[in-house]
Design a protein around this ligand. Sequence first.
Ligand code: NAD
Length: 417
Amino acid sequence: MRVVVMGQGYVGLPLAMRAVAVGHEVVGFDVDTGKIKRLVAGESYVEDISNHELATALASGRYIPTDDPIACAGFDVAVISVPTPLRDGNPDLTFIEESARLLADHVRPGATVILESTTYPGTTEELVGPILEASSGLVAGDDFHLGYSPERIDPGNPTYGLVNTPKIVSGVNEASLASVSRFYDAMVEHTVPVSTPKEAELAKLLENTFRHVNVALVNELAMFASDLGIDIWEAIDAASTKPFGFMRFTPGPGVGGHCLPIDPSYLSWRVKRTLGQSFRFVELANDVNDHMPDYVVRRLVVGLNRHQKALNGSRILVLGLSYKKNTSDARESPALVVVDRLLAMGAEVRAVDPHVQLGHVDRRVARVEASDDEVRAADAVLILTDHDSFDLGAVASTARYVLDTRNCVRGHSVETL
Ligand SMILES: NC(=O)c1ccc[n+]([C@@H]2O[C@H](COP(=O)([O-])OP(=O)(O)OC[C@H]3O[C@@H](n4cnc5c(N)ncnc54)[C@H](O)[C@@H]3O)[C@@H](O)[C@H]2O)c1
């Protein structure tokens, strides 16, 4: 089959690689010329895809990375995996709209279009379908298949990837569902069919909202526990021994990445817009999680104060800038918010992160290695992301004062969130 994957990012590139591996001829389309150049040169920018895997796909002759819209012609299946950010707090679906408009020029009777981007319920049927129909003159469901299948990829997860994570599938009618299922049945171990795209769209937002709300719960609890002089981490470890009815979530400096800070707001926007009601859980979780960077800075101020230091003028060594461990993804990273706050308060910020590229970080931040000298010279070491490559034992034994927001190291100089 000829498959077009719109968007060659964290979601689209692994999908394209898998489609090549199962024997399809794949066009990886992206509007970012720089990314396409790197892919053509065999250079992967997505951690889960090795250069070797990319080279194998290119060498097969069945993977064409391109920014040329004409290459999208003649597809049997097209998958849309483009960004769905917020603009002024509201869903920004322009990337999906642009992709759908491009595919509308090429959709043929019998072809299948699948949306994978995370979005509010109704997007597939109310936005993508009409765009595809408008310029093609074809009817979704009758002439071509249309469906939604949310991506559940967890970048950097060594246990669960695209193939062994069950994939929810849906279609605008039975024929569409059958076609979408057929496509993914050949790519992943399990597919989970649901009745309509709206259930699939909601399922994805439910998963991320569940996580967002529970992270907010432990974040708020962490602040109270600290004031009450109780070790939240020990309490979480103890609660996690319950074999049923409890799921472990841990506090941190805030939420980041392309999912938690954004997706729940797609749902609350939809609820507000359609029902005129507030989704209070989402609003509360946003409020708690958004304030965690400020809380981290406050804790640092208090910690430095105990050492007779002011944050203004202090040298702070930040460990980790990405939003979670072992990834280069710094999108919406709370670490960057913390860094901005520290700079604004006059701190000298130096940062260590072997994964995150320079461009993401304020120019005033010196990028350094976590050498003994560097750690020793810092008034405080602030652990924001617990990358496996950090030698935190060495840091804890050398540093004067460590504030650890991830509970990844203990020692006499270390204070946890
Ligand atoms: N990253 C994750 O862990 C993850 C997990 C599940 C779902 N998602 C969802 O998947 C979608 C894609 O996320 P991502 O992380 O892959 O984003 P990404 O930014 O890594 O990749 C998206 C790519 O789409 C390209 N693009 C933008 N407009 C385009 C267009 N009109 N045509 C073709 N390409 C275009 C961008 O240049 C970019 O390379 C989002 O809706 C996101 O919420 C992401």
